[in-house]
Design a protein around this ligand. Structure first.
Ligand code: FMN
Length: 394
């Protein structure tokens, strides 16, 4: 259980604790980024360029944060973004799912996650299963059907991946399998982080670097992360027709994640997506892509309310969420914020992060004189002229 000593008041503090607690390579894998990290930094810094235009009287006594995403009611406009290969905490995605359920919100579960969709959907009925385009169409359908049988309420297909793998500060080594031999190799790092290892040893296991949701069925052993990654690299890249096919086969709520171009947003509408996430994969993909918040207005203008527009990338505080909503997002997804919370204090740490965001959203609504997230408009913000970096003549 959380002790008050472990409670933290900001995501920045959760990050500091995660850094202290995790082995260097695990912490490095969470930070990630690509090449110089231009996009990684811009995702966070761009929010600081947006200002608020607050009011001081006639303010609303109550503020409402409830909304829906992919047909699910959520009590705050924040859901859990899918992240693979966490190795942050032995309970992994199940603990994240429980914390999200407790907060009244949904979880996107990565197909590269360490816990099965059956366990996660049992912990949180508002589970969306995320897939990449990996393997044959039969295999894709098999995985989607399995997720549906497990109770997943929506499918997320993530399309922004260029297999970028260079980082100027050096990529963290991820062992193929965390067995005793690999642990010995990582021993100096691990020895410096005894609390992290102790959590796993208490749970009677070493971090699981296999992918149970890519196995042939529930309970069967899944491929290792690298095995699955190899299959992905060998899979022909999908066309929009392929995406339409998957959407039709799935038939239920369907999100396309990774949109950064208004044209792609329109194509997503054409293929019948229920939702899109304006996202650059948390700066982990094509470096030099602008912050997702910069392109949100042009994407939202392109599709209006034909599709639910979400955003992820760089959300660290409630005021960031409010800025995204004012610029046209219906809700946001968070990645690193909850991973750091999890590293800092397990399930209670994820709860803590969601509480920080909920309080921050409430404070920003109060300051802006808005009684509901649904009242937020662009006019609530001060937006610098070059904020959106809209393409134009050079
Ligand atoms: C460690 C890590 C693993 C990730 N794995 C996945 C994944 O398996 N599937 C996916 O769609 N996105 C993945 N993402 C991207 C996140 O879903 C999300 O787009 C991103 O983290 C949002 O940015 P933020 O971390 O600044 O909130 C991953 C991100 C991180 C940091």
């Amino acid at each position: 259980m959380a002790s008050t000593r472990e409670w933290f008041e900001s995501v920045a503090e959760a990050q500091r604790r995660a850094k202290r607690r995790l082995p260097k390579s695990v912490y490095g894998a969470l930070i990630g980024g690509a090449e110089r990290g231009v996009t990684l930094e811009d995702n966070v810094n761009a929010f600081s360029e947006l200002g608020f235009r607050p009011h001081i009287a006639d303010l609303p006594q109550q503020r409402d944060q409830a909304t829906t995403v992919l047909g699910q009611e959520i009590s705050l406009p924040v859901i859990i973004s899918p992240t693979g290969v966490q190795a942050v905490h032995p309970e992994g995605e199940v603990a994240v799912a429980r914390a999200a359920a407790e907060a009244g919100t949904a979880i996107g579960l990565s197909s590269f996650a360490s816990r099965s969709v059956e366990d996660v959907a049992a912990a949180n009925p508002k589970t969306f299963f995320q897939m990449y385009w990996v393997g044959s169409k039969d295999r894709l359908l098999q995985r989607a059907d399995r997720a549906r049988r497990a109770g997943a309420k929506g499918l997320i297909i993530t399309l922004d991946w260029t297999f970028a793998h260079r980082r100027d500060w050096g990529s963290p080594p991820i062992p193929e399998k965390l067995d005793i031999r690999a642990m010995a190799k990582f021993a100096p790092q691990v020895a410096l982080r005894p609390l992290w290892l102790a959590e796993f040893l208490r749970a009677g296991q070493l971090p699981d670097l296999t992918t149970p949701n890519l196995s042939d069925g529930p309970g069967l052993p899944g491929p290792t992360f690298f095995g699955a990654y190899g299959e992905w690299m060998g899979t022909p890249l999908p066309t929009w027709d392929d995406i339409r096919w998957l959407r039709d086969e799935w038939g239920g709520p369907f999100m396309i994640k990774g949109i950064m171009h208004p044209d792609d947003a329109r194509r997503a509408v054409d293929v019948g997506a229920t939702a899109i996430s304006v996202s650059n994969h948390g700066g982990n993909n094509l470096d030099g892509t602008p912050a997702s918040i910069r392109v949100l207005p042009s994407v939202a203008d392109a599709v209006g309310d034909q599709v639910e527009v979400l955003l992820d990338g760089g959300i660290r505080r409630g005021s960031d969420v409010v800025k995204a909503l004012a610029l046209g997002a219906k809700a946001v997804l968070i990645g690193r914020a909850y991973l750091w919370g999890m590293a800092a204090n397990g399930q209670a740490g994820v709860t803590n992060v969601l509480q920080i965001l909920r309080s921050g959203i409430d404070e920003a609504l109060l300051g802006l004189g808005r009684s509901s997230i649904h009242e937020l408009v662009k006019d609530d913000l001060i937006i610098p002229a070059d904020f959106t970096r809209a393409p134009g003549p050079a």
